[in-house]
Design a protein around this ligand. Sequence first.
Ligand SMILES: Cc1cc2nc3c(=O)[nH]c(=O)nc-3n(C[C@H](O)[C@H](O)[C@H](O)COP(=O)(O)O)c2cc1C
Ligand SMILES: Nc1ncnc2c1ncn2[C@@H]1O[C@H](COP(=O)(O)OP(=O)(O)OP(=O)(O)O)[C@@H](O)[C@H]1O
Length: 328
Amino acid sequence: MGIIDHFSSKMRVMQLVRGLHNLRSCQRGCVATIGNFDGVHRGHQGVLARLRERAAQAGLPSCVVIFEPQPREFFAPDKAPARISSLREKLELLRACGVDQVLCLTFNRRLRELSANQFVHQILVEGLGVVHLEVGDDFRFGCDRAGDFDLLVEAGQREGFSVESAATIALDGVRISSTRVREVLAAADFAMAERLLGRPYCISGRVLHGQKLGRQLGAPTANLRLNRLRPALQGVYLVSTELDGRRCAGVANIGTRPSVDGDGRAHLEVHLLDFSGDLYGRRLAVQFHRKLRDEQRFASLEALKSAIAADIAAARAHWQGQPLENLK
Ligand SMILES: Cc1cc2nc3c(=O)[nH]c(=O)nc-3n(C[C@H](O)[C@H](O)[C@H](O)COP(=O)(O)O)c2cc1C
Ligand SMILES: Nc1ncnc2c1ncn2[C@@H]1O[C@H](COP(=O)(O)OP(=O)(O)OP(=O)(O)O)[C@@H](O)[C@H]1O
């Protein structure tokens, strides 16, 4: 991705501006919101719907300010929460929600040290020319999260923009949040994840060359780059993906592959049932349906091979007789 990119589909284009130093390339004058937006769940979608409405009323573009890395990934990479979506997935989801412009700020010491009022003045007012700011129900920002709704309202009166807080979006009486989505994904409750996200949970990425060991193990795999510090899933799953307009079932492992190399980094590997084509270089969106087991360290490749064969058998049994368009 470049500094300024256009995320486009046949339907819409979204402008991406990367970094504080490129702020001057933004068209000034917009209606904005700020946050992590990890997963772009139904709570976020509520805020974004309001943002779109306000932007249309003002006749200005809608702008979402996000941070990469996310603040907690900057402060404590080892303890940061798992990521539901990579930056690219997040941008794709924001585009699909009708956002016109994303300002992606690198979260670093310089940004961290800005007081809430400096953040408002330098980024929102001088940089973006915000005329209206839409925030969520629990929004906090600036050095030590000292900026809250009241501070924003005061700053808005001083600097000349309006501020509004979106209503809480809840499911079964509980607020929808990225934290809640991470919890249900960790518990492999994909039906609940779908209700919170408003879509099935997928991880998408480009297929890379792996170690080519999969064939020897009886299961050639498509290896996808996860593009995140820590994925929200770990283990072996029943999955599906769309290939050339057809849904294909498969099994996938997300883990460090302790039985074969263990470089410490998490990989996503997918074996598609009854598929033998070449997938290198293609982008796949892998949908998760059920967890089969945790990843294990096997003492031999033979033992790993039998375990993968059992995973494949479990997948076939699970979907036997079900039309693939209806995978559940
Ligand atoms: C369904 C499935 C289950 C797997 N389970 C494990 C596991 O429990 N432990 C492990 O170390 N690797 C596991 N793997 C990863 C394999 O070690 C990996 O796919 C194999 O080394 C091939 O890698 P390559 O595509 O880079 O050649 C699994 C892979 C698949 C597809
Ligand atoms: N359920 C919700 N209802 C209304 N606003 C929400 C909801 N969830 C998030 N928001 C708002 O969306 C914006 C971006 O949210 P952000 O991603 O920072 O929080 P979050 O989803 O609560 O994540 P986490 O659980 O990691 O704190 C913020 O302004 C936040 O207040």
